[in-house]
Design a protein around this ligand. Structure first.
Ligand code: DGJ
Length: 725
């Protein structure tokens, strides 16, 4: 990477004959090189494809961190606000004496093996103030993923505030930068759009408090030189593992160099850091692909399966949920009928959704009862134990919905513990879905929230599954527990949540949990550590779901992406709806009783086929062959690690009249092997019309010529299985 000729000459003139400390963080494909310069500070000197061993890393000359007359130059690894770097800093610290800056000098570093990777720890400190920062990088060679975080602490006597506390600062240099962001709203999650970054800043952030997102997801992709491609070009893909306010700042400077600052959103969060307390930032997790977003996604998914997703090595349960079928209108008789339908469908679990609790204020709609986690006696007189027993006797597991961080004003909890609610005392309260948020910074509230799970599990040890919902962002932003330290609220809320989840995980290691947040508001990488799966969106229209799943598939493994067959978009056939969900974690949330006979039979068959094909469906080797963003179709392919088995899902959305339909070239197969190609999941009594059905092709043919997978028919789909002969 080079800056202007002038700065490069300047750098050469000032860097002669000094012994260098060079630190390389590397995977099998990527290298991040840092160097301590003459001023004792740490600078990034390279970030890109891994260099050959014969390249001398000490010779990667980047400009020194000095000020010229008109601009600051640097690439300091963890720049601080108030120093000679005039661009977006990583750290802002206000000392006891009011001084708003620090200069961080290199002290030492070490590298050691950790679980599946190599950890690099770099210690920096200020000469003047007792402030230190430790940078951590864990590089995972096989998956080409790097995880990075910082630890900040001080020994000052008095009040020290952190105004910024990035997890990571990365620099890239190219002629052009293209940012792919993932924006959205309720029922419109993960919409992908691409913009070119030019001089100045672009911020992607959220301020919802309880969740990472509603409008902007905590993921990004940066393509250098040209627009993002699936199989070619350099792409940086990153995420902040934090279930709360996040911020990515992309800043192109006066030399057209890009800096990327990632971490917690510091807005309204001037953090009071106690003496000796370690402020540990969330992880920033990233991969740098030289072969487009496709390879980046496969690396991310593999890493998540190997290192982050809870119970990644264990199976997932197919399920029948009652939400869209009954909403709040159910009783014991109705539920026991649904258990039988779940059994007949062949799924593993019945999931009881919202509306089972509250007595003084029964939860008959979303206006009351939240917080009162006692079964509604008039509705379910025999309680949850009866339901668990009945479900188990019918042959399905039982799971239950909770939203334990929230409270309706109309509830016994709100009456008893108004001090547990985040609430400004001096203003009119406002509501989101008629509810308020409990103050998880308060340990008593953490006990209460933990108790919701603990009480249910104590009463019902056979409960197998929770759907943990979180419908409201933080409203009425004031914690009675934190007093004057309100700047800590957003951060301590999320830390309080993690404390609760740690306790749940420690006491109930067999429990499976789905995380939901008014749809897909909490699909973040830290939550991945606690939850087995995620509800990606309340939007289950199969056409729109294809785009939502296309977006999430950039980062999330299929095993973690719940996808349920519902009645959204009845113009689409049941087969099309099922086939869209088939590539993720399959579930049903639909009235099966009134379904046409052949559709119900199709669903039963799909569950059987899904169970048989789970290993390949859950493989991280995803090839996105045809994009719904670029065509009127969508084709996805998953390949097993040993390339002996593959599954293709091909969808025609709204094809054009008389459209030219070219064969789709497959990817990731063994060119020298032969594969039998079969269309599976056919409607009862139907035979495949695909000319390639039940024929054998070489991997080479399939990857160079391809299969005619697409048709001109509206909202139709095909599931194709490839088996090595
Ligand atoms: C929002 C979720 O996204 C839905 O699936 C459902 O669980 C409702 N909450 C229940 O209130």
């Amino acid at each position: 990477m080079f800056k202007s000729i002038f700065t490069a000459i300047f750098a050469m003139a000032t860097t002669a004959v000094v012994a260098k400390t060079t630190i390389a963080v590397e995977t099998n494909k990527t290298q991040l090189v840092m160097e301590v310069k003459d001023d004792g500070r740490l600078y990034q000197t390279y970030f890109g494809a891994r260099l050959n061993r014969n390249v001398n890393l000490d010779e990667l000359t980047m400009p020194l961190g000095v000020v010229l007359s008109t601009c600051a130059i640097g690439n300091e690894v963890y720049p601080v606000m108030g120093t000679e770097d005039y661009y977006e800093p990583a750290l802002e610290i206000r000392h006891v004496d009011g001084n708003p800056s620090s200069v961080l000098k290199y002290v030492s570093h070490e590298q050691k093996s950790t679980d599946g990777g190599t950890e690099t720890i770099i210690n920096l400190k200020d000469d003047l103030y007792p402030v230190s920062v430790t940078l951590h990088y864990v590089a995972y060679p096989e998956e080409n993923v790097i995880r990075q975080w910082s630890e900040i602490q001080h020994q000052e006597k008095g009040k020290v505030y952190l105004g910024r506390y990035a997890s990571s600062m990365l620099y890239m240099e190219s002629d052009r930068y293209y940012l792919t962001e993932f924006s959205g709203n309720w029922a419109k999650e993960m919409h992908m759009s691409e913009t070119e970054l030019t001089f100045g800043k672009k911020i992607v952030d959220s301020r919802l408090g309880t969740r990472a997102t509603m409008f902007a997801q905590p993921f990004f992709e940066i393509s250098t030189h040209s627009k993002i491609q699936e199989n070619t070009g350099e792409v940086l893909m990153g995420t902040v593992a934090w279930t709360g306010n996040f911020r990515f700042t992309f800043e192109v400077d006066n030399n057209n160099e890009l800096r990327i600052v990632s971490g917690i959103n510091p807005d309204a969060s001037m953090y009071l850091l106690k003496k000796g307390e370690v402020f540990r930032t969330p992880d920033f997790i990233f991969t740098l692909s030289q072969n487009g977003a496709g390879e980046g996604s496969r690396d991310f998914q593999r890493w998540a399966l190997n290192h982050q997703l809870y119970k990644a090595d264990q199976d997932r349960m197919t399920l029948l949920n009652n939400w869209e079928n009954t909403f709040f209108d159910f009783d014991e008789a109705k539920l026991t009928e649904l258990f039988k339908e779940a059994k007949d469908l062949g799924v593993d679990l019945f999931l009881l959704d919202d509306g089972w609790f509250g007595n003084k204020y029964p939860r008959k709609d979303d206006h009351a009862g939240l917080g009162d986690w006692e079964v509604t006696h008039s509705k379910l007189p025999n309680g949850v134990p009866y339901l668990v027993k009945k479900a188990n006797e019918t042959g399905v597991e039982f799971g239950i919905w909770i939203e334990p961080e929230m409270v309706n004003p109309k509830s016994e909890l709100a009456e008893k513990h108004p001090d547990w609610i985040l609430m400004r005392q001096n203003r009119e309260p406002y509501y989101f879905r008629d509810q308020w948020v409990l103050d998880l910074t308060n340990p008593k509230v953490q006990d209460f929230v933990y108790g919701v799970v603990d009480d249910l599990m104590t009463e019902n040890p056979n409960l197998k599954f929770f759907k943990w919902d979180c419908n409201s962002p933080i409203t009425n932003i004031f914690s009675q527990h934190l007093g004057e330290n309100q700047g800590n609220l957003y951060i301590d809320y999320v830390r309080g949540l993690y404390k609760v989840l740690d306790r749940v995980q420690a006491k109930y290691p067999d429990l499976y949990m789905m995380l939901c947040s008014g749809g897909g508001g909490r699909c973040d990488y830290e939550a991945l550590k606690y939850f087995t799966e995620f509800w990606c969106s309340d939007n289950t229209d199969p056409v729109e779901r294809l785009y939502i799943q296309w977006g999430f598939s950039q980062f999330l493994p299929s095993k973690a992406m719940c996808s349920h067959v519902t009645n959204w978009n009845k113009r689409a056939s049941v087969k099309f709806r099922v086939d869209v969900d088939f590539t993720c974690k399959l579930g049903f949330d639909i009235d099966l009783k009134n379904m046409a006979k052949e559709d119900l039979e199709y669903c039963r068959q799909a569950v059987r086929e899904y169970n048989r094909l789970k290993p390949v469906i859950y493989s991280p080797n995803l090839y996105r062959l045809v994009s719904p963003y670029e065509t009127k179709h969508c084709v996805l392919e998953r390949v097993s690690d040993d390339k002996s088995h593959a599954l293709i899902a091909a969808y025609d959305i709204h094809p054009d009249f008389n459209e030219q339909l070219l064969p789709v070239r497959l990817e990731g197969l063994d060119a020298n092997s032969k594969y039998r190609v079969k269309e599976i999941c056919l409607m009862p009594e139907k035979e495949s019309q695909m000319p390639f059905h039940d024929k054998v092709f070489s991997g080479d043919y399939l990857m160079k010529i391809g299969l005619k997978l697409l048709t001109g028919d509206d909202m139709t789909s095909r599931i194709i299985e490839l088996t090595k002969e």
